[in-house]
Ligand binder design. Structure first.
Ligand SMILES: [Zn+2]
Length: 425
């Protein structure tokens, strides 16, 4: 069902005015441009079919209109510096909640400085920073609005934030950077807990968790959990999955017994480049998760790429690995797909019993050879009466408890992790 066009105009004009006002220097033109946007939107509305994506669609029209305004007039300042007190401006809103006039003045000054720095960035970076960090669009929508591929949006954001940091002479405090830092740091928490990160990376992580409570909690729990993850040497194949819903991270370890001497000989011949070796280090992922990074036994991050997909799965392949071991571990980290609102498996409150939560960490299927599987899911440290339906226990890891199931599965076996627990309000 398409919403009534009049309602759309009423709901979206305020942010549009702010959006345009912050992008052009000639304030007399703002309303004319917005009017032009609505005219274009009205004409195209019949053809607009993407349900739920109205705002990015309007944003795109807005942006194109501003662009054509620039191509037809003298280009001066793109991001205006005189910020108005517009309550529909998300940036102004987040800065001005219950502040004294003095604080508002200081925040406005800060805002001016930030915008002035943003304004000095190259065109695409400025656009991306504005959309992602000022307007709060996720990466995939930013990509859609700008027509820049997702990967480039990420890398350009990264460079832009680096520039901004340099400009302000700030190391850790810039908000956008801090956001990036958490997602970056979380890739490596399990590797750190295993003692497999480089000295440099370890230092970054230690610095970060000093300031970041959520990452710190996850790391403490992982460090306490690691000694419980044991696989005997004679086990041929093992799979372990550690899920921490609060940081949207799944850490996976896979251990296999390798014909390591032969493989290492080949790797040496290839100089580690296995990009042409179709069957080496291939993997399959259910589309409920997005692969973030891959590590070898020693904790080196490995380059990988998606080589194909079907409706439910992505196929990935590692392109380079230096060596393997007889009992060889490889690791990776996954999160919910970018931009998806549905989280990976999680625990959810019961609809019938207040205070009761239902935990579910999905299933692992046997991959053809008998394997030991271990699944762990973090629940709050104050969870009580944890009842595991199938599987076998709970490990208290200080900042979280881990519900787990672990056993051998073979043939068509699969293992699930389902449980319930209670939380006080
Ligand atoms: Zn963090």
């Amino acid at each position: 069902m398409k919403a009534d066009f009049e309602c759309i105009v009423r709901d979206n004009t305020p942010w549009m005015l702010t959006y345009v006002r912050n992008r052009i220097s000639n304030k007399d033109q703002v309303e004319d441009i917005v009017q032009e946007v609505w005219l274009k939107a009205y004409r195209a509305y019949d053809k607009y079919t993407e349900a739920g994506k109205l705002k990015p669609w309007l944003m795109r029209i807005c942006q194109n209109t501003v662009r054509s305004y620039y191509s037809s007039s003298e280009r001066t300042v793109l991001v205006s510096l005189d910020v108005e007190r517009d309550e529909n401006d998300p940036l102004y809103n987040c800065l001005s909640a219950s502040l004294t006039p003095e604080e508002i003045y200081l925040k406005d000054e800060l805002l001016r400085e930030v915008l002035s720095a943003v304004n000095k960035l190259p065109d695409e970076q400025r656009e991306i920073v504005t959309l992602r960090y000022i307007w709060g669009f996720p990466v995939n929508e930013t990509a859609k609005i700008t027509g820049i591929p997702t990967g480039s949006v990420k890398s350009k954001s990264h460079y832009a934030l680096k520039e901004l940091k340099k400009h302000f002479g700030i190391k850790e405090r810039f908000k956008g950077d801090r956001i990036m830092k958490c997602t970056d740091i979380r890739k490596y928490l399990f590797m750190y807990a295993l003692g497999k990160t480089s000295a440099e990376r370890s230092k970054e992580i230690e610095e970060h968790v000093k300031e970041c409570e959520v990452c710190s909690k996850a790391l403490t729990a992982l460090k306490n959990l690691v000694p419980h993850i044991n696989v005997d040497d004679d086990v041929e194949y093992a799979h372990c999955l550690v899920h921490i819903p609060e940081i949207d991270a799944i850490y996976i370890g896979i251990r296999s017994r390798e014909n390591h001497e032969e493989i290492n000989k080949k790797l040496k011949e290839l100089n580690g480049d296995i990009s042409q070796e179709e069957n080496m280090m291939r993997s399959v992922w259910g589309k409920i998760a997005e692969l973030k990074c891959y590590f070898d036994h020693d904790g080196n991050e490995l380059p990988w790429r998606i080589i194909g997909e079907d409706e439910t799965h992505n196929y990935a392949k590692v392109d380079r690995i230096e060596r393997v071991y007889e009992n060889n571990w490889q690791y990776c980290m996954l999160t919910s797909p970018t931009g998806s609102e549905k989280k990976l498996f999680d625990y959810v409150p019961s609809e019938e019993v207040p205070g009761l939560f239902l935990g579910d960490a999905g299933e692992t299927f046997n991959v053809g050879t008998p394997m030991k599987t271990m699944r762990y899911q973090a629940v709050p440290a104050n969870a009580k009466n944890i009842k595991i339906r199938r599987g076998n226990g709970v490990i208290d890891c200080d900042t979280y408890k881990f519900a787990y199931s672990d056993r051998f599965i073979c043939d068509d076996d699969k293992i699930a992790l389902e449980y319930t627990f209670e939380l006080d309000n």
